[in-house]
Design a protein around this ligand. Structure first.
Ligand SMILES: [Zn+2]
Length: 289
């Protein structure tokens, strides 16, 4: 089996007559048993037999091709057998004026082999080109697919966001209502700071969030303090300081009974000499309308 496979590999060598007499004999014996090699050899001969006429538009007369092929394949045998059989030179003479001279210089089979190499290389290039075209179009369709996927991903993301928002609304624990949102404006002309007061109902609680920005630096023990003013009575909503950018915030939980948003007349921020006063000691610097 291994020997046969090895011989199958040598069909080109046989075709190109690149074999010793012993090898040739062995291969010809193999050829009787191996249909694959016979088939391949036949194809090689057909290919090279057609090649000389490829550049000529005129079809050769019927039968000429076969006679030439016969000549090509028999020429080596004839040399071996010293030409005991009459040569069929006439077919070759039709297209080659000096067959004997030419044969001595460049054997016909050598021309066939060279043509075969050329033809195979042309076929090979065509196959490569076709493969390349296929790869290019595959790449293009992959790129298109990628764009589609990106688009689908964006769609899914926005769907996901919508679902998140929906589930927030559906979830009773997540209920969040803004009951009041008010700007806190500077009470004095020279003061640059500003703030906002927001009363949020969430998870069954009511929270007041006061945030400030662009506030002036505090000195020493000083602190800002937020106040809910109900009628005449200010209720502390907590002291706070600010960061280096003048931003700060405080959150105050409103108990249901004492301080509903309806009862709050005003929200104010004072600058206190120290934090956590029962009643305001400093000036009001920010206040809601
Ligand atoms: Zn074989």
């Amino acid at each position: 089996m291994a020997v046969n496979e090895h011989l199958c590999d040598r069909v080109i060598d046989y075709f190109n007559n690149q074999m010793t007499d012993e090898e040739k004999q062995a291969f010809e014996e193999h050829l009787h048993q191996c249909e694959a090699c016979r088939e391949e050899l036949k194809e090689l001969r057909e290919l090279t037999g057609e090649l000389p006429f490829m550049s000529e538009p005129v079809e050769p007369p019927e039968g000429m091709k076969a006679r030439i092929l016969e000549n090509v394949t028999e020429s080596t045998e004839e040399e071996k057998t010293n030409g005991t059989e009459p040569r069929t030179e006439s077919a070759v003479t039709d297209i080659r004026p000096e067959p004997k001279k030419r044969r001595r210089g460049v054997p016909v089979w050598a021309f066939g082999a060279a043509a075969a190499v050329l033809l195979f290389s042309i076929i090979g290039n065509a196959v490569l080109f076709t493969n390349q075209q296929q790869l290019l179009s595959e790449q293009e369709s992959l790129e298109e697919r990628n764009e589609e996927l990106v688009f689908e991903r964006d769609l899914l993301e926005s769907d996901y966001q919508a679902l998140l928002e929906e589930s927030d609304e559906d979830d009773p624990r997540g209920v969040s209502d803004v009951l009041l949102a008010s700007n806190l404006n500077a009470a004095g002309q020279e003061f640059q700071g500003e703030g906002s007061a927001t009363i949020i109902s969430e998870n069954g609680h009511v929270d007041l969030v006061i945030s400030v920005r662009n506030m002036p630096d505090l000195e020493g023990e000083q602190a800002f303090q937020a106040w809910l003013i109900e009628g005449e009575v200010p209720v502390s909503a907590g002291s706070f300081t600010i960061d280096e950018n003048g931003n700060g915030a405080v959150t105050y939980r409103l108990s249901g009974e004492e301080s509903g948003p309806d009862q709050i007349d005003q929200i104010a921020v004072t600058l206190e000499p120290q934090p956590n006063n029962e009643q305001p000691q400093g000036d009001i610097i920010l206040a809601s309308q």
